[in-house]
Design a protein around this ligand. Structure first.
Ligand SMILES: [Zn+2]
Length: 319
């Protein structure tokens, strides 16, 4: 069933672009709509009220929709183009990264036929990643630096405590089939669907307690939208970084597990390879290979950060 909407509030994307001399591009992988002119870049996500214009955030009353094969934009987008809308949030850049080595302590994770334990491998790669990120000027914090057990709740609590920009989980895969191999990337943020429902649930919590409930719902809806978009974008930048370094890597997917716990921060999980694949297990034991994985991830984060900073520069040039 198509969503309930009032057609008079909407304009077809082709019409909008013609009117304002924009071009558009729609990515079905992540539902991101990019509308560009030489001076402006607007980014929207289907069914989400959040948008970006040259890297600054704005909030729509109605989301872009996809109905019977057509993309419909809310007419209020005209006000954004005419700069009649208040831009809401400061520009985004990546400074603080939480690295979360999966498993630990009594929880070994996957174990290879040679006895290599996932928890130890995750930690080793995470430590190299911390080095790689610090070399590039980022602040990187490990959720664990020893072989100890942490619950999911405790891991997320650390991200909240440091108000990290990005949360990155490192895991190693395993499968009954020994043939399967390669890197897999998942974004952990809740999907954009039912985002208002989730925002209401989160607004009942203690965060942002100094503002009225309705405002809290809006803040949470914004946060969820922004974190979702950032998680998807980070996953894509990581994908290309791995690909460029010659890794076998699958297209990013949304993790079907973990939901509201990751509302606080853009979150991505990287499965660095398969311990069940003899070829990959052999590589994963090697220091140079572990370092190469760390390098790919650091390059991916750096690439997204550069992209955001590029948008900031465009805004400054325009002013
Ligand atoms: Zn794992």
């Amino acid at each position: 069933m198509p969503p309930v909407y009032s057609p008079s509030d909407y304009i077809r994307i082709e019409e909008f672009c013609k009117k304002h001399s924009f071009q558009y591009n729609f990515d079905t992988l992540d539902d991101v709509i990019k509308i560009t002119s030489p001076k402006k870049e607007i980014r929207l996500v289907l069914n989400s009220c959040l948008g970006y214009i040259n890297g600054e955030t704005f909030y729509l009353k109605q989301p872009p929709l996809y109905i019977r094969g057509k993309i419909l934009l809310p007419k209020e987008l005209e006000e954004v183009v005419a700069k009649k809308v208040v831009l809401l949030k400061p520009l985004f850049k990546i400074e603080k990264i939480i690295i979360d080595p999966g498993h630990g302590g009594r929880d070994p994770g996957a174990i290879s036929f040679n006895g290599l334990k996932e928890k130890n491998l995750n930690l080793r790669v995470s430590k190299y990643l911390k080095e790689e990120l610090e070399k590039r000027g980022y602040k990187a914090i490990l959720t664990r630096s020893k072989d100890n057990y942490l619950s999911l709740k405790e891991r997320v609590k650390i991200a909240k405590k440091y108000s990290a920009d990005v949360f990155l989980s490192i895991h190693t895969n395993s499968n009954r089939s020994r043939k399967i191999r390669g890197v897999e990337i998942y974004y952990l943020s809740p999907s954009r669907f039912k985002s208002l429902e989730r925002a209401i649930k989160l607004a009942k919590g203690k965060d942002f307690d100094d503002i009225p409930f309705e405002a809290k719902v809006i803040v949470w809806d914004l946060t969820l939208g922004k974190n979702y978009a950032t998680s998807v974008e980070l996953a894509q930048h990581l994908y290309f970084a791995f690909k460029n370094l010659g890794f076998k890597v699958s297209l990013p997917k949304r993790a079907p597990f973990y939901v509201l716990k990751f509302a606080y921060v853009p979150s991505v999980l990287v499965e660095i390879g398969y311990l069940s694949n003899p070829y990959e297990e052999k590589s994963l034991r090697k220091k140079y290979y572990q370092k190469q994985i760390a390098e790919a991830i650091a390059l991916g984060i750096n690439s997204l950060d550069k992209y955001y900073r590029g948008l900031i520069k465009n805004v400054k040039n325009e002013k």
